[in-house]
Design a protein around this ligand. Structure first.
Ligand SMILES: Cc1cc2nc3c(=O)[nH]c(=O)nc-3n(C[C@H](O)[C@H](O)[C@H](O)COP(=O)(O)O)c2cc1C
Length: 317
């Protein structure tokens, strides 16, 4: 098969090869509109809307206000009870692209393609990349170990060449881009584009609390730690005094419950629910339980500024 290494600028018809990455709780409509006006594209997790009704209203608003393409992130595993309805809504409203994470994207790809919607799949290794390519994915989002959120295990230097060499669809790199030089290095490796999240948390348009934004300004790469306390899977958070106090590993009892055949399913759901509630409270309100998700690139966040300025400094240096 012929290699398709087109830039996402051509695939999505945007000026700069950047996706403002989907971020649970953080991404909002205003950010996606600002991204589209800045020459990039933004994506938002469907889970940022509590009900299908709210989600559909948001899709209509995005269609109306964005000056370019926008994407929706779907969690495609069983933990997402709204998955089927979210997928149907994405197809009905013909979003420009879907980013799948956590689970098999087979059904998403089949349905989305029938509606003319592109599907980009999060991958962290070659085996999974080959699998989604065979299922018909339009591009890979290569999540590396420098990424914020649920990071991968390989560095971008390992992951990008590995996927480009062995796969035939465009490879978009996710993680670890904080400035123009880093962006250039990854594009020079042949990446079709970049998916950038943490840099945009402290944007003027983001609806998270001032404390969360200021934490992104004041903390740096050395303050980012992995925790399994939130969802059971490793996720990057800022090491605030609260995170330090509760620790980043599940305790002895939690580990036992996680392994117990009968209780594991319920315990995982409980951990997930509790973790998400803590994240939500910390993202929007004043709480001493400061659990803020962010990646090491907050090192490069020096002030709270509009998305257009963040994009300008990324593309111009
Ligand atoms: C606060 C936060 C929330 C995130 N939420 C999601 C999510 O809901 N779904 C998803 O696929 N990825 C999520 N990610 C990962 C991003 O989409 C993206 O892969 C990552 O931010 C790229 O790394 P960077 O932060 O170094 O730019 C999240 C990342 C952050 C920092």
């Amino acid at each position: 098969m012929e290699k398709q290494n087109s830039s996402i600028c051509d695939i999505l018809n945007i000026k700069y090869p950047i996706i403002m990455a989907p971020m649970f709780l953080v991404s909002n409509i205003e950010m996606l509109v600002a991204a589209s006006k800045s020459g990039i594209t933004g994506a938002i997790p469907a889970l940022n809307f509590r009900t299908i009704e709210e989600f559909e209203i948001a899709l209509k608003e995005l269609k109306e206000k964005c000056e370019g393409p926008f994407g929706i992130n779907l969690i495609v595993n069983k933990s997402n009870f709204l998955y089927k309805e979210q997928l149907t809504a994405c197809c009905k409203h013909k979003v420009d692209y879907i980013i799948t994470s956590l689970g098999s994207p087979e059904e998403t790809i089949n349905q989305a393609h029938k509606a003319g919607v592109k599907v980009f799949c999060d991958v962290t290794d070659l085996a999974y990349a080959k699998k989604v390519e065979a299922l018909g994915a339009d591009a890979l989002i290569a999540v590396n170990k420098e990424a914020g959120g649920h990071a991968g295990n390989l560095s971008y230097k390992e992951l990008i060449p590995l996927l480009i060499e062995n796969c035939n669809i465009p490879v978009i790199s996710a993680g670890g881009v904080g400035n123009h030089e880093q962006m250039k290095q990854i594009l020079d490796l042949g990446a079709a584009g970049l998916s950038i999240g943490s840099l945009f948390i402290a944007s003027s348009e983001s609806g998270v609390s001032q404390d969360y934004k200021e934490a992104c300004v004041n903390y740096g790469a050395k303050d980012i730690v992995f925790t399994t306390k939130l969802s059971g899977s490793r996720c990057t958070v800022i090491k605030t005094p609260y995170v330090e106090k509760i620790g980043t590993d599940q305790n002895f009892l939690e580990k036992i419950l996680n392994k117990n055949k009968q209780l594991k399913k319920w315990f995982k759901a409980f951990t997930f629910y509790k973790g998400m509630k803590n994240l939500q409270n910390a993202a929007f309100g004043a709480t001493y339980k400061t659990v803020w998700c962010a990646g090491p690139t907050i090192e490069y966040v020096k002030e709270i500024k509009p998305i257009n300025d963040i994009v300008k400094s990324l593309v111009n240096g």
